[in-house]
Design a protein around this ligand. Structure first.
Ligand code: MG
Ligand code: MG
Length: 249
């Protein structure tokens, strides 16, 4: 069931989202060669708690980390551990924060030091795909318009998006209805209305979109183990352009 949020609820989600945005602002400086994914996890958790929030993903479905740290070919759900980042790696940090019962969720892929031009391109296209999706997030459009904008843009560069992993509604729970797929047809799925809050999150493989879960039961890769990127904002549908909630204030 899709719930429309009141302006008070959207204010609380904006607060949660601004903390997520603040974490990402600090991550830009913190992520460098020699840092472990566990250090990143602790760094994020500290900021979230210092801001009076709790990490949304800790223990969500049993996930052990405060944030997801997905390195190189891992698309989503990487568990923070003693892996040390090296020059040329990429890492997606997916951050969720809960404030007074409302969540914000934003993942972002970072280059560790200098990366190859083709890797830089993957990151740029995936980030741009997020904004292509957000342009469609206006009342009167449907979820499928967001999905189609993302899919069309990503595929025009020869990349792919998986069907199994999607964006989602967000609010009192991190994952609410509706699903927001990264693959779809225009004018399909749910109608967008002011008060709907959703996470739009293109996940992009350089290679083909056949997903496999690794033996830890969490980390998702594709069969050919190509590099992957992921950019996400939580937004509120308004009367006009969407409001991005997961930005630093
Ligand atoms: Mg996320
Ligand atoms: Mg999400």
């Amino acid at each position: 069931m899709i719930t429309l949020k009141s302006s008070r609820e959207i204010e609380l989600m904006d607060k949660a989202g601004s903390v997520v945005g603040l974490v990402h602002k600090h991550l830009k400086e913190f992520i460098k060669p020699g840092v472990s994914t566990l250090q990143i996890d602790r760094f994020c958790e500290q900021i979230i708690r210092d801001c009076g929030c709790t990490p949304s993903f800790k223990n969500l479905y049993g996930f052990p980390g405060a944030v997801c740290t997905s390195v190189n070919e891992v698309l989503v759900h990487g568990i923070p551990d003693h892996t040390i980042l090296k020059e040329g790696d990429i890492i997606t940090v997916d951050v969720g924060a809960c404030y007074k019962g409302y969540h914000g969720d934003s993942g972002w892929t970072y280059a560790v030091g200098e990366v190859k031009p083709e890797v830089r391109k993957l990151l740029e296209v995936t980030e741009q795909a997020l904004y292509k999706g957000l342009e469609q997030a206006i009342p009167g459009n449907r979820i499928g318009d967001i999905s189609n904008a993302i899919q069309t843009y990503v595929e025009s560069f020869g990349y792919s998006t998986p069907i199994e992993y999607t964006g989602h509604g967000i609010g009192r729970k991190v994952h609410e209805d509706p699903n927001v797929p990264n693959v779809g047809k225009p004018h399909t799925l749910e109608l967008l209305k002011p008060g709907m809050c959703i996470a739009v999150e293109p996940m992009v493989f350089m290679g083909k979109p056949h997903c496999v879960t690794l033996s830890d039961g969490w980390a998702v890769v594709n069969k050919e183990r190509s590099l992957s990127a992921h950019y996400e904002h939580s937004i509120a549908i308004t009367q006009g352009e969407c409001k991005i909630l997961t930005k630093e204030d």
